[in-house]
Design a binder for this molecule. Structure first.
Ligand code: BES
Ligand code: MN
Ligand code: ZN
Length: 519
């Protein structure tokens, strides 16, 4: 990951490949003009105060994420100045929004792939801004090259004709104007580094092809990383799952040559007042099973463990930050495959809770593994359960591919999660759980079916999960099917492929719980 430092040194003296400054669109009073964001003063002076004029000549408008590169002025030790757009300038004295800073820093970091070092002179009005610029830089500089030619040992590697060498991400960045002796600035930087390192690890897991990441390898990897940070690890293998009666997880994993796992990762703090349980859907590959997905729908289904990757990253981040709260993350891991031993449409599963489920569609598998984990997690009576899952295509139809949907059995908590996500820079929207949709899941044979009405399918899935939440436990369900995997081009600090969505929301939720601000 990119190495970040804070420095109050003069921009001109920094030895680096480029210096990043922020530009914005003028506000109402100065509309149509480009304005420099605070932090750019030294560069502007070296341009004799003509930086805006030069940038306008080059076509810069200050639009969010716009990147303009120009040669650095005389006397600078960096060859290049990179101006990045922040969008509309804040009214009067208001600072730049943290998300605008994250976004701009991310775009700059992406544009600097291949460079060794950058000086980042974006506006750092307070510690929150330092954290945002740090996050944007660390997340924007992500790349996944494990399977590219360069990943096999340099440009001379056995890349083959199509093995395009990937440019390595920006190695080092100095946040100019960040105060290395200010304890809030330092803490913001360290927090960003811990969260983003775990988030980027979640992205790696999501991007890893399913032939290299099955339930067992995921469990082993997660155990090793968790132990490094003093997190207690329990792994239930297929035998333990049979013994414990986890019919949902076993049913989904039954068709695969790689058996399922349930992983429990427990971080505790002696001063904790609240306990959170995070549950992640971890389908390492979702073929659909006997209800096989058609071509066009299965190529990116390695991403179906994004929820498990997110809750794994969140508990490790909570431990690294030493949050005064207990966090338990459950990874419900299985591979959904068709075979002679696979669960069939029409089969009835006896779930961990004792509830029987008629499987009408084997492609509605996520709710089956989650139901077992939710019922099990409920036994510990946590103050809240939050599950995270790439659960339904219907949620993508409803919200598109940048927002996740939030459902809950508690409206106030749903609102709290939505606001926390907003602050973290993760777009989401609250969704209802209409009672009438329960009827569609009635089964003539079992207590409930794993499918209901097609319309409102995301809400049907949410209602199914609610059936397995213990009495009096606050619960929220994040359906991240849309934003978990970015099939389009990169934007802001979001790369192509696994995005790590929900990690920052979960970490902020844990922080808010530790501070007594929620629950
Ligand atoms: N993993 C999929 C949902 C999904 C689709 C995630 C696209 C990411 C991108 C899930 O297991 C699934 O197949 N859901 C079905 C449920 C249906 C059969 C009730 C769906 O949404 O079509
Ligand atoms: Mn499925
Ligand atoms: Zn799935």
């Amino acid at each position: 990951m990119t190495d970040l430092t804070l420095s109050t040194a003069a921009a001109a003296g920094l030895r680096a490949d480029a210096i990043v400054v922020g530009v914005a669109k003028g506000t109402a009073s100065k509309s149509g003009t480009l304005v420099l964001a605070p932090g750019a003063e030294a560069v502007d002076e070296a341009f004799d105060g003509k930086l805006v004029a030069v940038l306008e000549t080059l076509g810069a408008s200050g639009a969010e994420g716009e990147v303009t590169k120009l040669p650095a002025p005389e006397g600078f030790r960096t060859p290049v100045v990179l101006a990045v757009g922040l969008g509309p300038a804040p009214e009067r004295d208001g600072g730049y929004a943290t998300e605008a800073l994250r976004h701009a820093a991310g775009c700059a970091a992406r544009a600097l792939a291949g460079a060794k070092k950058a000086g980042v002179a974006l506006p750092l009005a307070d510690a929150a801004a330092v954290g945002a610029v740090a996050e944007g830089t660390l997340l924007g500089a992500y790349s996944f090259d494990t399977y590219k030619a360069a990943g096999r040992g340099g440009s001379g590697g056995r890349g083959g004709k199509n093995g395009k060498n990937a440019k390595p991400p920006l190695a080092e960045a100095t946040l100019l104007g960040g105060k290395p002796r200010d304890k809030d600035h330092k803490a913001a930087l360290e927090r960003a580094a811990a969260v983003c390192e775990e988030l980027n690890r979640a992205r790696d897991l999501i991007n890893t092809p399913p032939n290299d990441l099955d339930p067992e390898t995921f469990a082993t990897l997660a155990s090793a990383a968790a132990k490094e940070h003093g997190i207690k690890v329990q792994v239930l293998d297929e035998k333990a799952l049979v013994k414990g009666g986890y019919g949902g997880i076993l049913g989904v994993g039954a068709g695969s040559a790689s058996p399922p796992r349930l992983v429990k990762l427990t971080y505790t703090h002696p001063g904790a007042r609240k306990s959170l349980a995070f549950i992640g859907k971890g389908i390492t590959y979702d073929s659909g099973g006997i209800s096989l997905k058609p071509p066009g729908h299965n190529e990116t289904m390695k991403c179906d463990m994004s929820g498990a990757a997110a809750v794994f990253a969140a508990v490790v981040a909570a431990a690294r930050l030493g949050l005064k709260v207990n966090v338990t993350s459950w990874l419900a891991l299985a591979e959904n495959m068709p075979s002679g031993s696979a669960v069939r449409p029409g089969d009835v599963l006896r779930m961990y809770s004792g509830t029987t489920v008629e499987v009408l569609n084997t492609d509605a598998e996520g709710r089956l593994v989650l139901a077992d984990a939710i019922a099990k997690a409920s036994e510990d009576k946590p103050d809240v359960i939050v599950d995270v899952a790439t659960l339904t295509g219907a949620m993508m139809v409803a919200l598109g591919n940048r927002l996740f949907g939030i459902m809950s059995n508690d409206e106030a908590f749903r609102t709290a999660v939505h606001e926390i996500a907003e602050g973290a820079g993760e777009p989401s929207w609250p969704m209802p759980l209409p009672e009438h949709l329960l009827k569609g899941m009635e089964s003539p044979t079992a207590d409930i079916a794993n499918m209901g009405e097609r319309q409102g399918g995301g809400l049907v899935a949410g209602l199914f999960l609610r059936e397995f939440v213990g009495d009096d436990i606050t619960w929220a369900h994040l359906d991240i099917a849309g934003p978990a995997f970015n099939e389009q081009g990169p934007f802001g600090y979001t790369p192509k492929g696994g995005t790590g969505t929900a990690v920052r929301t979960l970490v902020r939720l844990a922080e808010a719980a530790a501070e007594g601000k929620v629950l």
